[in-house]
Structures are given as structure tokens and as C-alpha cells.
Design a protein. Structure first.
Length: 335
């Protein structure tokens, strides 16, 4: 079979203008999420821009312009004077949808914060993240648990049985709460310290709001120096490993191995370098973003994580691809 000729990508002025258009599309999505416009339209099934603006006393001109733009990019459908959601927008941009992903756009100020401090970061000076900014970040990504928890319960049967569960870098505690709601025999512990005390307090408040104080505890501790008083059936980490350089990441995995009960399971949820799946461009772009966000952060390849897990003593190491770029790496300790 003859090899297909690789088409060389041509760059011209339109290449830069495409980024401007993408930015405008981000503004449309961010506006729809921030102002709950997708949810309002979904509640009414079909609605005119005039009525939509009157519901929240928003500018009629701006709402009409937003509706036109959202229709142009396929998020809305227009019939006569009324707008309704496309199937895609209903699935991914409505907050009550189990596949809601709009939270990705709820922390746009975080991106602008990095943009406004680029020179300082390249000079090695990383401005500290304020407590309120950290809380906004963890709140914006918390809804991902609704999509991921059913997958985790399918991958790890122990999550459906009597289980002691540890979440290292628990953020708001959304995974802990949802797992506990779905399994009355699960007890959870969340470790949080990297974002500061304000995030820990927010997580404790979230646990209390969900009446889970007797089943979930949040501990303010540095993951690297945490010393638990018990062992666990399952240890979970989401976006934690990528925040550490290899030496410290290896220490966390070594510790995790010793904290597990016999036949215990570790589950790592990360965006990992995978050339066969995403290709070099998205990997390099996200890796650059992580380095801008934190001096120690960066992507690991699956092979690197596999080697670190094996060095810690783990066996039966498997990778499951979840959504674009996001994977679960699940392993067990030796019996």
C-alpha cells in the first residue's frame, strides 16, 4: 500500500483571524453560561429574545445580538421569532444535564489573570493565587464529578461496596459527596492544602450542606507530608500529580501504596501526553499552560506514570480513555 503524502499546512493572515473568531465564540459561550441563558431557554423550550431579556432585565439589544451569534455557531435554532436550544447545547451547556461541560468556561478570569501577568511568570515570579480566586477555580471544575463518578464506579467495583475512600487534592469535595450519595456504605476522606485554607473551609461547608459530616471528613494537609491514621480501599487523585515534579510525584505514589489495604486500588485522573490519541499540538499547548500556571506543573506521559506506579510497587496498571485528553490510570497494590 502506498503511503499517503503528508499535506503541509499553509499559514496566512486567515490563520490569525481564525483565533479572533474562536475568541468571539468563547465570549458567546461564556456569556450564555454566566447569565444562565442556555438554562433559561431550555426551561421555556422556545422563547423570543425580547422575552428572554425581560426575564432578567438584561439589555434587549445585547440579548438579541447574543441570540443571533449563538444561532450562527449552532447553539440555538430560530423558528420565526423564537429561539430553542440545539441538541448539542442542551447536552453540554445546560447545568442540569448529566453531560454538562459548561463549567470549563466559568473561570475565564483565571485565564486573563495569567495573561495579565505573563512577563512576571517568564521572569520566574508567579503571583500568588488569592483565596477567592482559588475557590472560584474549584467551584468551576466541581461539576465534572457528575460525568466522571458513574465511570469510576464502573471501573472500580469496590466503590459500590463497603469502602474507605481517600481523595488526595479533593478541592470542593464533589467526588466524595457524589460517591457517598450513591453508596451508603462508603466513608470518605478528602485531603486539601494546596489551594489554601479558604478552599478547605469551602469544602467543609459543601460537606455540611449535603449532610455528610458523619461520613466525610476534610483534612487541611500538604499531600507530600500527610500521614493518615488508617488505610483505604481506594485512593483517588484528580489533577494532582501534574502539579508536582517527578521526585515529589514518586513520593506521593510510594506513600499511596503504603496507605492502601490489601487488594486496594489507586485511580489517577489526569490529562496525559498520548501521541497516539491527541497528537503533539494539544499536548504541547496544555503543557505550556500548566507551566504558566505553576512553576512545578507539567504533563506526564502514560509511560512515565506507568513507570512511577511500578516503582511504587503497583500491579495490574491499566489506562482508560474518558473524554478527549482525559484518562484514568488504575492500579492495585500487591496482594
Amino acid at each position: 500500500m502506498s503511503k499517503s503524502k503528508k499535506v503541509k499546512k499553509k499559514y496566512g493572515p486567515e490563520y490569525l483571524f481564525s483565533f479572533v473568531q474562536t475568541f468571539y465564540e468563547l465570549l458567546v459561550i461564556a456569556s450564555g453560561i454566566e447569565l444562565n441563558l442556555y438554562d433559561l431557554i431550555n426551561q421555556h423550550k422556545s422563547i423570543s429574545s425580547k422575552k428572554l431579556s425581560s426575564l432578567k432585565n438584561y439589555s434587549e439589544n445585547l440579548i438579541n445580538s447574543w441570540c443571533n451569534a449563538a444561532t450562527a455557531i449552532g447553539h440555538l435554532k430560530l423558528e420565526k421569532t423564537d429561539y430553542s436550544l440545539s441538541k448539542w447545547a442542551k447536552n453540554f451547556l445546560c447545568k442540569d444535564s448529566p453531560s454538562y461541560l459548561g463549567f470549563i468556561f466559568q473561570n475565564m478570569e483565571g485565564l486573563f489573570f495569567i495573561y495579565n501577568t505573563l512577563k512576571k511568570r517568564f521572569n520566574g515570579h508567579y503571583p500568588p493565587i488569592t483565596g477567592s480566586h482559588a475557590v472560584n477555580i474549584i467551584k468551576s471544575i466541581a461539576p465534572l464529578a457528575n460525568l466522571i463518578v458513574p465511570i469510576l464506579r464502573n471501573e472500580i467495583p469496590r466503590l459500590n461496596e463497603k469502602c474507605e475512600f481517600l481523595d488526595l487534592g479533593c478541592g470542593l469535595g464533589s467526588y466524595l459527596v457524589l460517591l457517598a450519595k450513591l453508596n451508603p456504605h462508603l466513608q470518605g476522606t478528602g485531603i486539601e492544602g494546596g489551594w489554601g485554607l479558604e478552599v478547605v473551609n469551602e469544602a467543609r461547608k459543601y460537606i455540611k450542606q449535603n449532610n455528610m459530616e458523619n461520613r466525610i471528613k476534610i483534612i487541611n494537609a500538604d499531600i507530600l507530608n500527610f500521614k493518615p491514621e488508617q488505610k483505604f480501599d481506594v485512593i483517588f487523585m484528580s489533577g494532582s500529580i501534574q502539579a508536582f515534579q517527578e521526585k515529589d510525584a514518586q513520593k506521593i505514589l510510594n506513600n499511596s501504596y503504603s496507605w492502601l489495604k490489601k487488594q486496594g486500588t489507586i485511580a489517577i485522573q489526569e490529562i496525559i501526553i498520548d501521541e497516539n490519541r491527541l497528537g503533539p499540538q494539544p499536548n504541547a499547548l496544555f503543557d505550556f499552560y500548566l507551566h504558566l500556571a505553576s512553576p512545578n506543573a507539567g504533563l506526564y506521559s502514560y509511560q512515565e506514570l506507568y513507570s512511577m506506579l511500578k516503582n511504587a510497587g503497583f500491579i495490574e496498571i491499566k489506562k482508560y480513555d474518558i473524554i478527549s485528553g482525559l484518562s484514568h490510570i488504575i492500579a492495585k497494590n500487591k496482594i
